[in-house]
Write a protein that binds this ligand. Structure first.
Ligand code: PSU
Ligand code: MN
Length: 305
């Protein structure tokens, strides 16, 4: 066992017994949504994972300890502290842990800690990717590199068009990461069910998702799998409207010279400000939808051994 890792007793018991566990990230709590909706959402997500037959393990770093499974008060702390909690991607881990800091884990870091704990399925909202303009800025999320090397299935609602979706798919192809559409042939774009880009494969049941991931592991292929699950129809946003908002946010970030790890949180906050909360409601619903699918897929995966 990794000496820096604490696994919550309930999570450890489930893992020891081969029961399904779903990892959840914490950057979405501290940096992705405002308080108190962030805490409320994180607690609801845990409940939805349970209702769908798995044990939730929200992942974060507290006082320099890597945590798989948080108490309610710990989730509240991360939500209230917000931006005061360091956003931790792979490159931030050594310093945050050695200095005993708190950290909100991105998709990349949540995958790393989930893999250390033996958790194979992870639910979130959106993943990082290749940013628009990356041909000059080289801004490519470490999430993509992590998907290439760490054996965790990530269930998301696709990627926001703050990213260059075409380049993100090209990058994932180069890195050998399977991109699966759940009950869809098209890559969903987070707020909307369609993007104009095709996914590699369409799979229609949690059992099919589990089988593909199981076989990948048995063949000894490294890396994860990206499952893209479209936002439920009733919560999806108007593509023209949301794309206009995103374009404004990207323009503003450029004008202000926002770069590095600030880019994604800046764009998310701007979109929420401009849409006056409509995007937040959609965001919350798609996370719930992903939590349910991840839990059912984790259960199917456990049944395969
Ligand atoms: N995209 C979203 N919501 C989020 C994030 C991305 O729609 O909350 C967060 C996730 O934690 C993701 C991180 O792993 O931002 C990516 O940040 P960066 O682009 O700096 O790698
Ligand atoms: Mn970046």
């Amino acid at each position: 066992m990794n000496q820096y890792l604490d696994i919550a007793p309930e999570v450890r018991k489930a893992l020891d017994e081969g029961k399904p566990v779903v990892a959840l990230e914490s950057t979405i709590i501290s940096h992705g949504m405002p308080y108190p909706q962030n805490v409320e959402t994180a607690l609801n997500v845990e409940r939805i994972v349970r209702e769908n037959g798995a044990v939730p393990a929200t992942i974060a770093i507290l006082g320099g300890r890597l945590k798989a499974g948080l108490a309610r008060e710990e989730i509240e702390h991360l939500g209230k502290a917000g931006y005061a909690v360091t956003k931790v991607s792979r490159r931030d881990l050594p310093v945050v842990v050695s200095r005993g800091m708190d950290g909100a884990t991105t998709v990349a870091t949540t995958m790393i800690i989930a893999a250390m704990a033996g958790i194979r399925v992870f639910a979130t909202g959106g993943v990082g990717g290749v940013h628009r303009g990356a041909e000059t800025t080289m801004d490519i999320s470490a999430d993509l590199e992590e998907l290439a090397m760490t054996p965790v299935m990530v269930v998301c609602a696709g990627a926001k068009s703050i990213l260059d979706l075409g380049l993100t798919l090209e990058y994932l192809e180069t890195k050998g990461v399977p991109v699966i559409g759940y009950q869809t042939e098209e890559l969903p774009a987070f707020y909307t069910r369609t993007s104009g880009f095709k996914v590699d494969y369409r799979l229609d049941t949690p059992e099919e998702l589990a089988a593909a991931f199981h076989v990948k592991g048995e063949m000894g292929l490294r890396g994860g799998m990206l499952v893209t699950n479209p936002i439920p129809e009733e919560y999806s946003m108007d593509p023209a409207e949301i794309n206009g908002v995103i374009a404004r946010a990207v323009e503003e970030a450029r004008a202000l010279g926002i770069h590095g790890k600030q880019t994604t949180p800046f764009l998310l906050a701007k979109i929420k400000d401009i849409t006056g909360g409509d995007s937040l409601a959609a965001n919350i619903q798609l996370v719930y939808n992903n939590a349910a699918l991840a839990a059912r897929t984790a259960a199917a995966l456990s049944a395969l051994g």
